[in-house]
Design a protein around this ligand. Structure first.
Ligand SMILES: Nc1ncnc2c1ncn2[C@@H]1O[C@H](COP(=O)(O)OP(=O)(O)OP(=O)(O)O)[C@@H](O)[C@H]1O
Ligand SMILES: [Mg+2]
Length: 272
């Protein structure tokens, strides 16, 4: 068995065109229904946007899809495999990972070390204790180090590799999160507000990187973002979530001109 293989391991089955399908997904928190009967699909190689007012259930949906929450009902299918109830780690190894709306900074770690803690682990892990022990660097670890170096170069963070990650600006840290997510060589990347709080110039940079990853690596991207202009420029189709349900979906133009979308934002946004 090859332990270095992070990618799709479904044998010679042909990959379906819908890399990700979500059916009738439901999640309750006590009396609150955060997502209710959500069904959607992402085409391979697409950039799908997910928008909706605060509290609409967008982050919850991502957590359900990526295994951080277990759904109360419904299913998630990745590359034709039912992954409902799988752990985030197992899902990442199968080709789908996410970034966090509010990435946590791990104290005492360099940028390079941040790249190596694993896609789903925000706490810092044992890998660091063994990583630099002389003579104990395994082939997998060496491969990971090389991949980290390549990605840091791609995202133009290589000059910061040995700096404490806590020294990065908010924008650079978002970039690092994106680079780190790419460590598992995903087929599908879920981005939860990647440019929130980032200055406009860096937001532009991030958009360029996201487009490049999508184009050059056939990466399917599913992205939540409140900046409507940003997401309409980047994503097609766009899914609108409101009160835990899919309100509508379609091209940016269709969504922009749908009165119900504006109403949802006025109704939902006003309360929070
Ligand atoms: N772990 C939790 N426990 C209880 N309620 C939760 C939990 N996570 C989310 N919720 C509630 O579920 C609803 C949906 O939250 P969610 O974070 O998915 O919204 P969102 O669309 O991502 O909002 P935002 O745009 O503000 O990030 C909200 O009412 C929220 O308070
Ligand atoms: Mg959210």
């Amino acid at each position: 068995m090859s332990t270095a293989s992070y990618g799709y391991d479904g044998g010679d089955l042909e990959k379906p065109d819908q890399v990700l399908t979500v059916e009738n997904l439901r999640k309750e928190f006590g009396a609150l229904i955060a997502t209710e009967d959500v069904s959607l699909a992402a085409e391979r190689g697409s950039i799908t946007g997910l928008i909706g007012p605060n509290g609409a259930g967008k982050s919850t949906l991502f957590k359900l899809i990526s295994g951080f929450y277990e759904p109360d009902a419904g299913s998630v299918t990745l590359n034709g495999t039912d992954i409902t109830g799988w752990s985030p780690d197992r899902i990442a190894r199968r080709g789908m990972t996410r970034t966090f709306q509010t990435p946590r900074r791990i104290e005492g770690m360099t940028v390079r070390e941040n790249m190596l803690v694993g896609p789903q682990n925000q706490a810092g892990e044992s890998i660091l204790s063994t990583m630099f022990r002389p003579g104990r660097v395994t082939r997998d670890e060496r491969a990971n180090l090389e991949r980290a170096a390549d990605l840091l170069e791609l995202f133009e963070l290589d000059h910061l590799a040995d700096e404490p990650a806590t020294d990065l600006s908010g924008g650079q840290f978002k970039l690092l999160e994106l680079a780190r997510a790419m460590m598992v060589e995903p087929d599908v990347l879920l981005l939860d507000e990647p440019v929130a709080g980032v200055n406009p110039a860096l937001a532009e940079d991030l958009a360029t990187y996201i487009e490049r990853l999508n184009r050059e690596r056939e990466l399917t991207i599913f992205i939540i973002e409140h900046d409507i202009d940003f997401i309409m420029e980047l994503a097609d189709p766009i899914v609108v979530l409101d009160q835990g349900r899919v309100l509508t979906e379609g091209s940016p133009e269709t969504v922009r001109t749908d009165d119900r979308v504006m109403e949802a934002y006025l109704g939902g946004g006003g309360e929070s």
